[in-house]
Design a protein around this ligand. Structure first.
Ligand SMILES: Cc1cc2nc3c(=O)[nH]c(=O)nc-3n(C[C@H](O)[C@H](O)[C@H](O)COP(=O)(O)O)c2cc1C
Length: 161
């Protein structure tokens, strides 16, 4: 079975998760960053994984546009969708539900909220100011949930929903 992971990432967390999934799923896998190929075709793949991250409450436009353009085809695939964000619990779930359409969420083989990182070194002046004001943090924070990534990979690998 062929798998493709399609992601977008501002400072690298979603990309890290994509690489981790590739390692764990251990299939014939292609990874594509939408910024580098917005018109990527999913024709040749049985399994499709989409990963994005949340900034100011929303997922990247490129992910949204890709899903809109490929919605019907995605609904026919063995689909996985994950999100990187720093909110947890109900707020994270609300962000996830807003980011990915209900029909695809219901059909998906795997969905996952993988946590995220605040990497101050990679932020520009405005991002740093926003993050410091919103969270009070003074140094970088990482809370990527490896266990969630493992569970997601297992569901995608075994094809169980
Ligand atoms: C400017 C900025 C705004 C953010 N806004 C949110 C937010 O609204 N909700 C949230 O859960 N996380 C928010 N985050 C945290 C990101 O989702 C987190 O940094 C994630 O790891 C980013 O992944 P990426 O580097 O792959 O884009 C924000 C981060 C930054 C830098």
């Amino acid at each position: 079975m062929k798998t493709i992971i399609i992601f977008e990432s501002l400072h690298g967390s979603t990309e890290k998760c994509a690489n981790k999934l590739m390692e764990l799923i251990n299939d014939d896998i292609t990874i594509v960053r939408l910024q580098e190929n917005e018109n990527v075709s999913i024709d040749d793949y049985d399994k499709v994984i989409i990963g994005g991250s949340i900034h100011m409450g929303v997922i990247q436009n490129r992910i949204e546009d890709f899903i809109k353009k490929n919605h019907n085809q995605l609904a026919e695939k063995k689909l996985g969708m994950y999100l990187c964000c720093m909110e947890e619990g109900e707020t994270a779930q609300i962000q996830f539900n807003k980011a990915y359409p209900e029909e695809l969420r219901k059909k998906a083989l795997a969905t996952g909220i993988f946590g995220g990182e605040f990497n101050l070194k990679k932020m520009n002046f405005f991002e740093k100011r926003f993050t410091r004001k919103a969270t009070g943090i003074r140094s970088s924070v990482s809370k990527i949930n490896e266990e969630e990534i493992r569970k997601f990979a297992l569901r995608m690998r075994e094809g169980i929903s």
